[in-house]
Design a protein around this ligand. Sequence first.
Ligand code: SAM
Length: 246
Amino acid sequence: MKTDARLLAGLSELGIPYTEQMLEQLQTYYEMMVEKNKVMNLTAVTEKDEVITKHFLDSLCFAKVYLPKRKEGFSPRIIDIGTGAGFPGIPLKIFFPEIQIVLLDSLQKRINFLQDVVSKLDLEGISCIHGRAEELSGKAEYREKFDYAVSRAVARLASLSELCVPFVKEGGQFLAYKSEGAAEEIDEAGEALSTLGCRKVEVLTYSIPQSDLPRKMVVATKTHATPAKYPRGGGKPMKQPIGVKK
Ligand code: SAM
């Protein structure tokens, strides 16, 4: 990764400072992911340039929200819901080492892989947890405890909001990585976001650095506490998303 022009240009475009060690960690992560992908389903994309763009730089677009707030002594708590092979969480931990991050996934095998990555990369301030978002967010140690909940490619926004917003503390933000075609699901999620406590919602539109791949990021700020009855059990966040008419 050290000499990869696309990666380095992408990092500068995002304004992310980096060290040799970070680039080495990213390289090791890439190699581990490609190797593990031979025996389990982690990613559809393995070619290096494509991984750099579609996984690494895409994940790091978090910088658009975070860098203006980054300051000495601020060590935000972040939860990555449905992290899969570690996106966006692992690139975030590598390039923003001050964050405290929880990687959550409902598939044990992916969590095992991520634990290997954490130990090989010698990362600290990161935990990999096996579980379902809608169960974990009811626990006092996780509920409304995070500065940011981030999530990419897990569910439509109205459902995803119910999985993510209960983790966010008042004043914190829920960030959903979405594709360009997400306008309709963003409209559809307005009521869910508001009901769950996010009354301020912005949508950033941009291309992944060093590419012409269009993306949107929903930035929902938590202005009110989430009512205790959310998230609902029994698969309701997926089957009957708040405010979505059949
Ligand atoms: N975020 C990663 C990415 O962008 O590459 C992975 C996306 S993958 C398509 C969706 C992941 O979400 C899967 O690993 C799945 O196990 C996890 N997942 C789905 N529903 C979940 C839930 N309710 N709680 C926790 N994880 C969940």
